[in-house]
Design a protein. Structure first.
Length: 392
């Protein structure tokens, strides 16, 4: 019987597919214990959502936690309704708070709720922001601390802004800032993440980032070399295709940055090729073939390019894309060349902000006084998309 490696490509890794990152989890809980609100600062595809889901399901007993992806939210009121619903779900966990929860909701006459969690909506239209602002101070009195793990809030803010609802996006930012900074809300904590950088989105909306500066950033880094070797061993422990140290080393050399998603792409494709041959024994050549196939099937990476043109202005997206094309063909870009390109696009005064966005979102990394692609996959994809490019 052929046993596949323990990897997942499209969906969030949970359950037996979840690879525990204890250091990151411990740092997040440490910040929460200090009363800080947390922003997971990391490029795309490093596993932020998996960690958040794990933490929400395995929180310390003194916390009531829940995870929610809010990407589908389309209005300010819908956002507050979602927060209200999440708070209510958290309060419904456990019998200790059941009585005061029932009494509290009846008292503020928002809705009726019985001890089993059953809900009966009245005729009154609920102001969900007011409802949230009624609930949060009560957490202090009852000594209940709620942690909301919220994924893709930057996506919501960006969509509102792009749809012409800038004031709604600003209002959300102002209210979550109030929740974070007012002492009466100190038993409420937000842990935020998203596949695009929230600082970039906030700046695009407000022209500055002060409404998010009080978040405590927890850096969600790639695996270390030692962790990457252990990860391959964990993912293939019971798999038919096995890797010795030499094969692991070659696989990781093709991946570049040790992001689990990129390692998973390789392990999955190598396994498919070996299974087609009905031969579990692999070589460095098989690993190289898998890399080429993954790049050719560019659906894995096309979203990275599409996002540039979705989230940036046309001029800024063109500049960033030009930077990436240059790196793909030359291997790196110097500070001087960055400046030269910025003049071409009339961004000489603040072009490094656009470079920083590429770095924060996981496209490039700084190496000395140059920038290179974070992943050989992305480099190969950009070169494939632009096979002819004048790099001079």
């Amino acid at each position: 019987m052929w046993v596949n490696p323990k990897v997942i490509i499209g969906n969030t890794a949970t359950g037996t597919y979840y690879y525990h990152r204890p250091n990151i989890v411990a740092e997040i809980w440490e910040q929460v214990a200090k009363g800080n609100h947390v922003l997971l600062a990391a490029p795309r595809r490093v596993g932020k959502t998996s960690v958040m889901k794990f933490m929400a399901l395995n929180s310390p007993k003194e916390y009531k936690s829940i995870f929610e992806n809010v990407q589908s939210i389309k209005s300010e009121d819908e956002f507050y309704k979602k927060i209200y619903s999440l708070l209510k779900s958290c309060l419904g966990k456990g019998q200790r708070t059941a009585t005061w929860v029932v009494d509290f909701f009846k008292k503020i006459k928002i809705e009726e709720i019985d001890a089993t969690g059953s809900i009966k909506l009245g005729d009154k239209t609920i102001n969900y922001l007011d409802a949230v602002n009624h609930i949060l101070p009560k957490l202090n009195e009852e000594r209940v601390k709620i942690i909301l793990f919220i994924d893709e809030l930057p996506e919501v803010l960006h969509r509102l802004n792009k749809a012409g609802n800038k004031e709604e996006a600003i209002s959300i930012l102002k209210n979550i800032r109030t929740w974070r900074q007012d002492d009466q809300f100190k038993n409420f904590c937000l842990v935020l993440a998203g596949s695009i950088g929230i600082h970039h989105v906030v700046k695009a909306i407000e022209g500055r980032t002060t409404d998010t500066n009080d978040f405590n950033n927890v850096n969600f880094e790639s695996l270390s070399s030692d962790e990457a070797y252990k990860y391959i061993g964990w993912a293939t422990e019971e798999a038919t295709v096995q890797y010795n140290e030499t094969l692991k080393k070659h696989l990781l050399s093709r991946v570049g940055q040790y992001i689990p998603y990129f390692i998973n792409l390789m392990l999955d494709e190598i396994n498919k090729l070996a299974r087609k041959r009905s031969n579990p024994n692999i070589t460095n050549e098989n690993i190289d073939n898998a890399f080429d196939i993954i790049v050719k099937e560019s659906d894995h990476f096309r979203d990275w390019k599409n996002r540039l043109f979705d989230y940036m202005s046309p001029n800024d997206a063109d500049l960033q894309n030009d930077v990436l094309k240059y790196i793909a063909h030359r291997g790196f870009i110097s500070q001087q060349k960055l400046y030269d390109l910025s003049i071409k696009y009339n961004r000489a005064n603040d072009y490094m902000e656009l470079v920083s966005d590429l770095e924060k979102d996981g496209y490039i990394i700084e190496k000395g006084d140059q920038y290179i692609f974070l992943s050989p996959f992305l480099k190969a994809f950009w070169k494939k998309e632009n096979p002819i490019y004048n790099v001079e």
